[in-house]
Write a protein that binds this ligand. Sequence first.
Ligand code: TRP
Length: 344
Amino acid sequence: MTKASPDRQVALSAAQPTGQLTIGNLFGAIQNWIPLQDHYDTLYCVVDLHALTVRQDPQQLRQRILELAAIYLAVGIDPERSVVFIQSQVHQHAELAWLLSTFAQLGELERMTQFKDKAQRHRLNVNAGLFTYPVLMAADILLYGTHVVPVGEDQKQHLELTRDIAIRFNNLYGPIFQVPEPMIQAQGAARVRDLQNPEKKMSKSAESELARVMILDDAATVLKKFKKAVTDSLGVIRFDEAGQAGVTNLLTLWCAATGNSREAALDHFSHHQYGKLKVETAEAVNAVLDPIRQRYRHFMEDPGELQRILDRGAGQAAIRAEKIMVRVMDALGLPVGLRGHRHG
Ligand code: TRP
């Protein structure tokens, strides 16, 4: 059942539907969302409104929203246990973002490193949405009384701002918002490196295709990319992030994909050659990706089922979001009018 159980804390996370996902996104983020379903009341969102802060091709965006939702489900987010939805389908996100923007200071938003980075990279389109992006993220989180937000290290600053906004509001109007905690993804698994340039994080945007493994790459492509992964000439297999970033990355990925410890990885590989490490890491990653690729294909071949799941998720999310919206509006002195009754 997806009903909010009163004894469970709420966990919420989200990703933007921009570009295809890499195994960095899988092992670093989405896969860590799966076990939370056993212990938390979970919501997982496709944040398409956030994607608009960078110019998107409409046709492509439409497709990528569905693809990302299909990936969530394929990886193991269970719509019977989690609310899976698309941000733009729940109008309360945009509404609350406006209200919260009056509680965020320009100076705070100017300090956000992600804003500074993106403003650098998209110099010709430093739009106001890019600037207020963290306020929309705060709305995503605060609308559901979220206790914990599983995110990567890079989102910590946004979480801090979300907390500040919630505390500021509560101090003025009473305890309406739950103040959320970040749940920073475990080290190791969270840090998948570029296969060609292991000093860098694996990203969607590296120039070489060989640098990243996509969740939807076929098995032969995955094997090819691992065989061509950059290592070093030391010929020793050990964990040494500074001295042997490439080898360490392969070991870390093998651990993430097989669920083995670092000790087990060393036992298994330490007296062998890089060739074996590369091939077995590719095989382990393929063993994780195979069922994901199959389930993904199933969802993309039957968009009707996917659409039904997302419609239901949006309905469930909206009922919950509306309850908070009404309280926030009322606290601020805005008329609640008919909407107070809309969702019963
Ligand atoms: N800003 C997040 C990222 O780039 C995505 C995001 C938007 C998010 N809203 C969120 C993450 C709410 C967690 C909770 O990764």
